[in-house]
Design a protein around this ligand. Sequence first.
Ligand SMILES: O=c1ccn([C@@H]2O[C@H](COP(=O)(O)O)[C@@H](O)[C@H]2O)c(=O)[nH]1
Length: 280
Amino acid sequence: MSHLEPFGARLRRAMDERGPLCVGIDPHASLLGSWGLADDVAGLERFSRTVVEALAGRVAVLKPQIAFFERFGSRGLAVLEKAVEEARAAGALVVMDAKRGDIGSTMAAYAESFLRADAPLFSDALTVSPYLGYGSLKPAVDLARENGAGLFVLALTSNPEGGEVQHAVRADGRRIGATMLAHLAEENAGEEPLGSFGAVVGATLGDLSFYDLDINGPLLAPGIGAQGATPADLPRVFGAAVRDVVPNVSRGVLRAGPSTGALRDAAERFADEIRAAVAG
Ligand SMILES: O=c1ccn([C@@H]2O[C@H](COP(=O)(O)O)[C@@H](O)[C@H]2O)c(=O)[nH]1
């Protein structure tokens, strides 16, 4: 059994203490360039170290996007390992945005990569894709429970293309996205103060009142900033579930770099706007 408290409890405390903002670590080649860094492993290392130094002691959650590290092969993954370790040591929860999903037996290996307590990339939570069937995620659900970690399941993604799958209506009349939310509500039943099995629900999506977002778990909400959503949209999109929303901003904050002070100011501005929007 894990020595860690369940992710949901740790997340609720971090949100209470630091506010709900999640900042992405997305070292786009264009951002490396605008920070005056080369598009190579040294640039990647400097970029991620700067973000961690600036923000890991302040925001509740940092979300590295693994694609930008995998681009550099094993040396990129070594940079990611260090960023995860240092971010967690500074008190931020780390959500690894890797969107893993496969048949169950392979999913078990993905789960071990991010959710086994002694894995080099152990993260507080992992994003996963349920589109091989929600049940295929069971090995990740089980390992997350065992090790005090969590999952964020892609339910209603922020991109305009997602609707063709997620809003599709099943033979029983339910939308695909709604069935994912219902599975998560089952995982989280009875958990206090918050379950560990969250959904990804884009802040870009407009009115979601026909979905039941009350899953007793966190709702990771990407789309603020570069994708066009704003903190002021949150109450309209999430309704009463806004209390459990973890709004993600990546490029909207990262564009302020490379100064650590400017990164902090940008994150603080988003955090203030989110606080004001959620307080109503
Ligand atoms: O539905 C989703 C799921 C994940 N993402 C990821 O979040 C960040 C958003 O970055 P921005 O720069 O703030 O647009 C990025 O890592 C995506 O892969 C998402 O946008 N939507």
